[in-house]
Design a protein around this ligand. Sequence first.
Ligand code: NAD
Ligand code: GLY
Length: 368
Amino acid sequence: MKVQELTVALADRSYPIRIGAGLLSDPAPLRRAIGGRQVLLLSNTTVAPLYAAKVEAALAGLRCSTLLLPDGERHKSIESASLIWQALAELGAQRNATLIALGGGVIGDMGGFAAACWMRGIDFVQIPTTLLAMVDSSVGGKTGVNLAQGKNLVGAFWQPRLVLADIATLRTLPEREFRAGMAEVVKYGALGDAEFLAWMETNAPGLRQRDEDLVAEAVLRSCQHKAAIVARDERESGERALLNFGHTYGHALETIGQYQTLLHGEAIAIGMVMAARLSARLGWADAADAERLRQLLESLGLPTARPAEASPQRMVELMRLDKKSLSDRLRLILWRGVGRAEIADGVDAAEIEACLAEHPCARSAAKP
Ligand code: NAD
Ligand code: GLY
């Protein structure tokens, strides 16, 4: 497979994303991204036994230490960030040190945040090992940790120096995590690229089988979309908000399931269909487009029905909270049909609730 490279073009911190199978065996691009001699490799207890040795081998000759955190979203905390800063202190990390985050979005978000804060910002490299992290969290510089009061409440925009997406690492990713990552891939087609969505429809069986050429193509096209949006709107003052298509619904679903029943991508899959159906109800788009999106997501093994425990009333209550709005009108990302997402201001909460009441209902939320 040919290695693909694209650039996230920013005024003062442009960086490459490399995509291919077996990238971890090529030390040169990683070495080029490291300015000083001190490196902290951050990973977790699931990913490190699989891939840390390859990264460590690429760092031979540098002053390097490895910190492994426990696996799981609940460890994306300020306490874990504090452990990272302690490890940097023990390494004697100076301003030219580099932090490498090897893992999924949890490790990437936390590593980026710790790097943003250490001595007011050191270099960091993202080596994403989940599909979600390859197509979304490793690109664009949103970093952070969770508080008891909510997800990602403390964070910083801090761009990496390099993103290395080694498609071969997905071979060990559990099936359910892989499918959840596909929801974010579908999101790029749904919000901005009808041709990409049609390509996914044609290739859904191969994508589901994890054909590596198809997966690499999907990662490349997703990263091209995200890189272009981030280049135009790094700090989310406008267009970047479109990347939240399905997310206001998805966050409500995740909260109702107490982050136990649905993976993030699964909640986003359901949320995107909810947003598409509301768009049709409001006369923005064709109901056939919402149906097309539903069919694609289901063909990729993703849920699309409203879990029984997610009552329309509770959903709307949580969506208001997500938007920090007590008014009867909400700002959502809707669409004018496949590939044409837009910010919709002042959507009537009663319409949202009525549309949810008509959404096909599952007996219970997805279980692992
Ligand atoms: P995750 O990091 O928890 O990884 C999912 C699971 O897969 C974990 O158990 C992990 O250890 C395991 N794993 C990772 N790579 C593996 C591999 N190659 N083989 C076997 N197991 C592997 O979850 P995620 O879905 O990657 O990321 C979710 C996080 O990303 C959330 O915290 C979310 O807030 C964040 N996120 C951030 C952004 C952003 O723009 N920064 C965007 C989307 C999501
Ligand atoms: N995941 C949404 C964003 O990066 O803006």
